[in-house]
Design a protein around this ligand. Structure first.
Ligand code: AKG
Ligand code: FE2
Length: 286
């Protein structure tokens, strides 16, 4: 029987989404891919995005820029806020330009995915974009460095958690370590070449009234090789009050979450040492 400790390598069964079909496919092809995306969000909360159009050059430059930044500041973790206001670090000198291009490119991809997600849920795109004020969506950009670690007592670089926001787009340096929780098992992710890993986050779970769950994930440390990842999360506007969409509720399916301003959610999350879905549980009604 599956136990929560069972680890499964499942690069073949993790869903893939062809972004090229979403943006350039015929209406029939797009509609098929929208359904595949809906199923990936509902069954996994995780998928690998192919043909996303981000140049390899840009993702490699972003990893390289974080590498130089980590060397200079002796840190293993750097987070910057890139939208609606763009913030960066003064050094290395090219970090600003690269992180700006990287953020813009991933934001465009993320917003296009969200459009397809609303479509798959049968929701009016304009209505939901207005409710979440996506024109001024909040986006952060994080670099994570995981040096090889030989201490058998410390297995994880990131303990199990879900991300705040709507979608996280993740790119890594070719060294695996990410695991996602799927049907009570930890599944090791081995991304396909040139894919971007995408996971659903807390505020997508709130908006969909629990239909699309934020996926729990963790990072296993490698004993031999250094791992790096670049994660960017796209969320609602900080001023948006995020609550379940009325169309996804009825007498049989009443609201599972209370509405909360995204900014207040973030404050609550940062000021408590919350594990797993601790932040989300604070706004859960039942
Ligand atoms: O490094 C990874 O693969 C995941 C990082 C992560 O979960 C995060 O930045 O929230
Ligand atoms: Fe995460």
């Amino acid at each position: 029987m599956a136990s929560s400790q069972t680890e499964l390598l499942a690069e073949k069964i993790i869903p893939t989404i062809d972004f090229g079909v979403l943006v350039n496919g015929t209406p029939d092809q797009r509609s098929g891919m929208v359904q595949t995306l809906a199923k990936a969000c509902e069954d996994w909360g995780f998928f690998m995005l192919l043909n996303h159009g981000m140049p390899d050059r840009l993702s490699d430059e972003m990893l390289e820029a974080f590498t130089v930044l980590f060397e200079k500041c002796w840190k293993h973790y750097v987070k910057i806020f890139v939208h609606p206001e763009f913030h960066s670090v003064p050094k290395p000198l090219n970090f600003r330009d690269i992180s700006k291009d990287y953020s813009e490119c991933t934001r465009a991809i993320g917003l296009e995915l969200l459009k397809a997600i609303w479509e798959g849920l049968g929701m009016e795109e304009s209505h939901i974009n207005e409710a979440l004020k996506l024109g001024s969506c909040f986006q952060n950009l994080t670099g994570n460095l995981y040096p090889p670690y030989q201490n058998p007592d410390i297995k994880f670089g990131f303990v199990p958690h879900s991300d705040h926001g709507l979608l996280t787009l993740l790119y890594q340096n070719g060294v695996d370590g990410l695991q996602i929780k799927h049907q009570d098992r930890w599944v090791s992710v081995r991304p396909l070449p040139n894919s971007i890993m995408v996971n659903t986050c807390d505020h997508l779970e709130i908006v969909t009234n629990g239909k699309y769950k934020a996926v729990l994930h963790r990072v296993l440390l490698n004993t031999e090789v250094e791992r790096m990842s670049v994660a960017t999360t796209i969320g609602p506007s900080l001023d948006a009050i995020v609550e379940p969409i009325p169309d996804l509720m009825n007498e049989d399916f009443p609201a599972v979450f209370r509405g909360i301003k995204y900014r207040d959610y973030l404050e609550q999350q940062q000021s408590n040492s919350l594990v797993e879905k601790g932040a989300l549980n604070l706004v859960r009604l039942s």
